[in-house]
Design a protein around this ligand. Sequence first.
Ligand SMILES: Cc1ncc(COP(=O)(O)O)c(C=O)c1O
Length: 442
Amino acid sequence: MSEGANDRYRELWDIADEHLVRYRGDFYPLVVERAEGVYIYDQDGRAILDFSSGQMCATLGHNHPAVVGALKRASEKVIHLYTNMMSPMLVELADKLADLLPPSLQKSMFPNTGSESNEAALRMAKIHTGGYEVVGLSGSWHGQTVGAASSTYATGRKGHGPTLPGTMAIPAPNSYHCPIKHCAGKCDMTCLDVGFEMADRQSVGQYAAFIAEPVQGAGGVVIPPEGYFERAKEKCEERGMMMILDEAQTGLGRVGKNFAFEGMGIKPDILTLSKTLGAGVPLSATVTSSEIEESCYEKGFSYYTSHLSDPMPLEVGVSVLDVVVNEKLAERAAEMGPYVMKGLKELQARHEAIGDVRGVGLFIGVEFVKDRETKEAAPVFLKRLLARSLELGLNLIPASAEGISAVRLAPPLFVTRDQVDSALGILDQALGDCAKDLNSTE
Ligand SMILES: Cc1ncc(COP(=O)(O)O)c(C=O)c1O
């Protein structure tokens, strides 16, 4: 770094210390000046492979020309509107999304964040059923607004006041860490049966919804066994609950399909999309059937935010769907995923710290343990591994769930074999460099 650049870098950190709220621990020790494709570039112009796709959003890669073009077009036409006004982009996005979805999911609305898409879904479920109780999965992440946060069990619950009455968690189908200490290696879904039995005991007879991620992301890439969501759907129907599937991370290609529910033998009553729909621009969707939409409308459904239906993110969403379809992003993820998994399994054979490697498409979790028998988490090791990887040029996103030490590998879906090889090489070196820290406690 030149002396001038160094001064500017130091000055930025000084101002940050003075004026920024630290909302999730410390900021990473770099300043990102620009980003393109699979890379972000720091203050020294150093290229870093971004295997977190930003915050799991940039499936097209950073600053994809389709996204940049859409932002430019929108800024020359209309950026923002009164929420009850319609724009061509609103209709076009709803239409294009409907083309990708089954007949029971044809009605959409478009808030901005994943949290908001889930708030809207929960409000729909509540007004449609007349109930208010919501069952979620342990290890879940649905957002930070109060309804979504009430059904978020991965982390962040303590110290922020009460959650909504009527929200309950059942154990997630985590075969590596069976939450009811029952299965080993393969989930037999006892957790689902026991979970709903326990929920029934607590319920006051006012069920509204069951909300879940098809594959838990923040929970550490937790993949349910085959048939899990079919059984869960039966349980929802028996109880008159809406099934809300939150495909913030899994939607639009990442798992090797356009939507994860496509491989699950069921369709949700309400589907939410976010992160990947705007591919880096805040855009989300809440999608349901014509019947549920009609019922909600008749009962006075209201969900209204400042940027709902804003033309600028909608224009981006239309372009993103075009890229997803035309570039066959789901197929790319399905092809590249096994290559990454194979490389990670090879690393697992050489590095004791890797307890588990699991994934679907380009949504891959690697869990680190102090001991493969006890599966004890290694949080200090993980922190050092993330820092070392970043120093060497690879950004990985940790799972947020409490009690485990895992990372998600979720690169942009255009990632090449060479880029994967570089990332695995860096991870290999970082694992070796940090091996001495596996049992560290500070
Ligand atoms: C599955 C899932 N749902 C919802 C959200 C919340 O989205 P947002 O942060 O855009 O509100 C997240 C964010 O990480 C998520 O992973």
